[in-house]
Ligand binder design. Structure first.
Ligand SMILES: [Zn+2]
Length: 301
């Protein structure tokens, strides 16, 4: 079930950015040996046209991408050096209305992490999904009462809400406002899934008392302890956007969730590398593996 584990990569610490990112050396997008992530990771501008999310969340691209302004009344964009604050107009509108709701429930405003690249597509670092402009990572720390500087946006760390043993949330940090925030995201009519760490899902299963109708949209995925990931549905007029299977109606608070914690309780000891081990080759995602319509976006400078 690739679509479930393919949210964001890595449970590790957050990546830091840099206010003066180095330009990448050019690549030839027509070279079949060049991975599509190297091509889409170098696109600095959107592909003009009526907005279309093309393909699937983990294999696609984006026409008519729009940048989320780096400062809104109710949000700020982080890690500007990554140039990943792009998306389909629907996710921009979602972030506008969700950030207002967040403020109304006492969350000062959103810190927005990675969305998509200007033309979507696979990324050189960090995510398997976020390719069609319908995904957004939102930090689990509220916006401060002032505007972050450019430098602060690259190096400020979000708050980890999960306990050190990964078995539950950190009770010193976790709050009813966190729950209200996640509920506001999950109950938005366009939101299909919200990806959170299994420990956060466990806390929701335990702590949400009245309306539990949204818990089935909260999907446990490793990582997602500094941020949560919101995925919205395919826009009806994006005719080649491939929808995900619907989430099961079941709350997801039973055996499947327990299974995550069984894995944690039996960590495998670190293995020394074998002396004859071959170095791991980076995975090549050929441009031909993306929907055919993405080719034009890749080949256009
Ligand atoms: Zn994500």
């Amino acid at each position: 079930m690739l679509f479930i584990v393919a949210g964001c990569a890595a449970a590790g610490a957050q990546d830091l950015g840099n206010v003066n990112p180095q330009a990448l050396p050019p690549v030839d997008p027509a070279d079949p040996k060049i991975s599509a992530k190297e091509i889409f990771g170098r696109k600095l501008t959107p592909f003009e046209g009526p907005a279309q999310a093309i393909g699937f969340y983990t294999s696609g691209c984006l026409v008519g991408g729009v940048a989320l302004p780096i400062n809104g009344k109710t949000w700020q964009v982080m890690r500007l050096s990554r140039n990943r604050n792009w998306g389909h107009p629907n996710i921009i509108k979602f972030l506008e209305r969700f950030s207002e709701k967040a403020q109304a429930i006492g969350w000062n405003g959103l810190l927005v992490g990675d969305m998509a690249q200007p033309r979507g597509g696979p990324m050189r670092t960090g995510h398997l999904s976020h390719q069609v402009g319908l995904d957004a990572d939102i930090w689990l720390s509220p916006m401060p009462a002032r505007e972050f500087t450019r430098q602060e946006r690259e190096v400020t760390m979000a708050t980890n809400v999960v306990a050190d043993d990964w078995k539950d949330v950190n009770p010193k940090i976790w709050s009813p406002t966190h729950i209200a925030l996640l509920k506001a995201a999950a109950t938005d009519p366009e939101v299909e899934r919200v990806l959170v760490n299994p420990a956060i899902k466990k806390a929701l299963c335990r702590d949400v008392k009245d309306d539990r109708s949204w818990l089935h949209k909260m999907r446990p995925v490793p990582g997602h302890n500094y941020h949560f990931h919101v995925r919205i549905s395919c826009p009806p007029d994006s005719t080649t956007c491939k929808a995900q299977p619907a989430t099961p109606n079941d709350e997801g608070c039973g055996k499947d969730l327990d299974a995550w914690f069984k894995k944690i309780s039996k960590p495998s000891p670190p293995q020394p590398p074998k002396p004859d081990a071959k170095p791991i080759k980076p995975r090549i995602i050929p441009l031909s593996s993306l929907p055919p319509a993405c080719r034009k976006l890749a080949l256009t400078p």
